[in-house]
Design a protein around this ligand. Structure first.
Ligand code: HEM
Length: 397
């Protein structure tokens, strides 16, 4: 085994100025080597495509069961009962993932496409009347907050709590800083609300949640576990798509030549969204923990090391993506890491694609131009790269 050691760096990813503008950090991380040790947090960090791919996908050496944030569940108590899909390893993971795979099957998602399309049309028609608006609350949040909880089978009351809950889940993966404390302040109200919404008696008969509860009848999970899997969808399925749609609008508003290409060719809707994901990486970083002494690229990694895997940095690695810093709707960025990779790769990616494709398809048909109507503002979040505000102006085609 190599005894080459990993160099220290005092760069602070969790500084709010870095969280809102992570690209310079990503570039320096890649330039410093395959792995660095972030001395402030005593964690390793990886940002080159190849090593990020290797560590994120190798669940045998780099486990999720010790938490995908900075907290090592072997040493510290997690803030909530850990996820029974995201924060477990096989064989546990295989059992629960089977239930989610069935609930979110391509057939189940296909059945929703007409509804997604109709909701996108209604929303964009209304926004065309207004012309100038903040695309974060009025479109990027409004659309998923309508269609996604409907698809899961959650009642309409209190849906704004879903954004507060998502903010807790994603900020909790970082250190005890201001974004984390601000998000956690909502816990006393939002956590009981979420738990109550996930119970069998609270869900509709025909959504993803109902299919998850069928896993109880099949003997795959118990009643409590089924509720926790519904919670996983609500944790992971809202802020991520809000961010994907918001970032898509930002990419198109700031690259009018690329929006013109999309308008001219409907077959670019899907690759355009994949390029948005590569270019902006809604999930900036999640961790893995080494469960044995090991090595990557000749560098020694001791057992127990937390490794911050910077998906956002890997998706901008010039060695993988020529002209990585250009947004190109026709790129077709196969292999991007925005949905993760390996056994934990996003189980909701077909839902995310269906939502975004509904929005982008309606936009390209009905909207002639999209332009900024003010400065975009990014939100500091410990594991997501997301917009707080995006003032835009749209015109009718
Ligand atoms: C653009 C939108 C989305 C992005 C960028 C995204 C990103 C990701 C990433 C990076 C992972 C891997 C985590 C890891 O390996 O540690 C993941 C897993 C997951 N995602 Fe998504 N996601 C999105 C939408 C969704 C949606 C809509 C749902 C629910 C329908 C969802 C549910 C999940 C779940 C439950 C997992 C855990 C899977 C497992 O551990 O096996 N995601 N997602």
């Amino acid at each position: 085994m190599s005894d080459a050691t990993i160099a220290d760096w005092d760069g602070d990813f969790f500084d709010e100025a870095v969280l809102t503008n992570p690209e310079p950090f990503y570039a320096e991380l890649r330039a410093r080597g395959p792995l660095v040790r972030l001395s402030r947090y005593d964690v390793l960090a990886v940002g080159r495509y190849q090593e990020t791919y290797t560590i994120f996908s190798d669940w045998k050496r780099f486990v999720s069961s010790r938490g995908v944030g900075l907290t090592d569940f072997k040493k510290e108590k997690p803030w909530r009962q850990p996820s029974i899909v995201l924060e477990v390893d096989p064989p546990e993971h295989t059992r629960t993932r089977t239930v989610l795979n069935r609930a979110l099957s391509p057939g189940a998602v296909n059945r929703l496409k007409d509804t997604f399309r109709a909701e996108a049309e209604a929303l964009i028609d209304r926004l065309l009347e207004v012309g100038t608006f903040d695309a974060v609350p009025d479109l990027a949040e409004a659309f998923p907050l309508k269609v996604f909880p409907d698809a899961v089978g959650i009642s309409p009351e209190g849906r704004e709590n879903l954004l507060l809950y998502g903010s807790m889940v994603f900020n909790a993966l970082g250190p005890d800083n201001a974004p984390r404390r601000a998000a956690m302040a909502h816990a006393p109200v939002v956590v009981p609300w979420i738990n109550q919404r996930c119970a069998r008696e609270a869900i509709t008969a025909d959504g993803f949640a109902a299919t998850i509860y069928q896993g109880v009848e099949r003997g795959e999970v118990n009643e409590v576990e089924a509720g926790m899997l519904v919670r996983s969808l609500l944790s992971a399925g809202v802020d991520t798509t809000v961010t994907g749609i918001g970032s898509a609008l930002w990419c198109l508003a700031t690259n009018p030549d690329q929006y013109a290409l999309l308008r001219a060719d409907a077959s670019l809707v899907r690759p355009a969204f994949e390029e948005v994901l590569r270019f902006t990486s809604p999930v900036s970083a999640f961790c893995r923990t080494a469960n044995q002494d090991t090595e990557v690229s000749g560098l020694f990694i001791p057992e127990g090391s937390k490794i911050l895997c910077m998906l956002g940095a890997a998706n901008l690695d010039e060695n993988k993506w020529p002209e990585a810093h250009r947004f190109k709707v026709a790129r077709k960025p196969t292999g991007h890491l925005a949905f993760g990779v390996g056994i934990h790769g996003c189980v909701g990616q077909t839902v995310a694609r269906a939502e975004s494709e509904a929005v982008l398809s309606v936009l390209r048909e009905k909207v002639a131009t999209i332009e900024l109507a003010g400065e975009p503002v990014w939100q500091a979040n410990n594991s997501m790269h997301l917009l707080k505000s995006l003032p835009i102006r749209i015109t009718r085609a």
